[in-house]
Design a protein around this ligand. Structure first.
Ligand code: 5GP
Length: 218
């Protein structure tokens, strides 16, 4: 702070946490983008979903997902433990309710890496604090190239992945923002801009009137 720094009467303004939903077809760079944001933004935490899908070698239980059996998943569902849940490509996925409610109460923002079905369901249960972003690949060719480069799969497998990607992309218009991932650094910057602007929304800054009163009070 320089000597010219004015005397500050307005502390960091209180605000409600937001639910930052990110969807995309696989191959658009969503996981990399989400990981980058989570690493660098202390106000953002990941909603760790429960899933019945088998764990991949690179994954950690409790960190990437809570890996559960179908029976456990259905029990959790019956007990109302999920904020939303869906079947995606043959496996079940669900967002545990309690950690989200705790984080929001603390004014934390939560990042949801979920598909269009989950985004739609959250839109019905928590519409006010939801910010939905769709990540798009720069072109069909590039999407195909990225899907092919993931593993040495047969043409049939790649074709199936493309069909799934198309079906996810068909929901793009249900989102508030669309980010085309031409370049990963640029896309990360754009995601950050969305977060910053959404956090500054007047209606989200619950401590604003107190702060303003401190400024205008005689
Ligand atoms: P993956 O199995 O490759 O990690 O994820 C497959 C798809 O399921 C991705 O589109 C991912 O965003 C979505 N997904 C992951 N967790 C959830 C969840 O809790 N709910 C919903 N609706 N989709 C999820």
């Amino acid at each position: 702070m320089s000597n010219d720094t004015p005397f500050v009467t307005v502390d960091k303004i209180r605000r409600r946490g937001l639910l930052f939903v990110v969807s995309s077809p696989s191959g658009a760079g969503k996981t990399t983008l989400c990981n980058r944001l989570l690493k660098t933004d202390p106000d953002l935490t990941l909603s760790v979903s429960a899933t019945t899908r088998p764990m991949r070698p690179s994954e950690k239980d409790g960190q990437d997902y809570h890996f559960v059996s179908e029976q456990t998943f259905f029990d959790m569902q019956q007990q109302g433990q999920f904020l939303e849940s869906a079947k995606v490509f043959g496996n079940y996925y669900g967002t545990p309710r309690a950690p989200v409610e705790e984080a929001l109460a603390k004014g934390q923002d939560i990042l949801f890496d979920i598909d269009w079905q989950g985004a739609q369901q959250l839109g019905e249960t928590v519409p006010t604090d939801l910010v939905k972003v769709f990540i798009l690949p720069p072109s069909r060719d590039e999407l195909e190239r990225r899907l092919k480069s993931r593993a040495q799969d047969t043409d049939d497998v790649v074709a199936m992945r493309m069909a799934k990607a198309e079906s996810e992309i068909s929901h793009w218009a249900e989102y508030d923002y669309a980010v085309v991932n031409y370049d990963i650094d640029e896309a990360e910057q754009l995601m950050r801009c969305i977060l910053v602007a959404e956090r500054l929304k007047r209606t989200r800054q619950t401590g604003l009137s107190d702060a303003v009163n401190k400024i205008i009070a005689p």
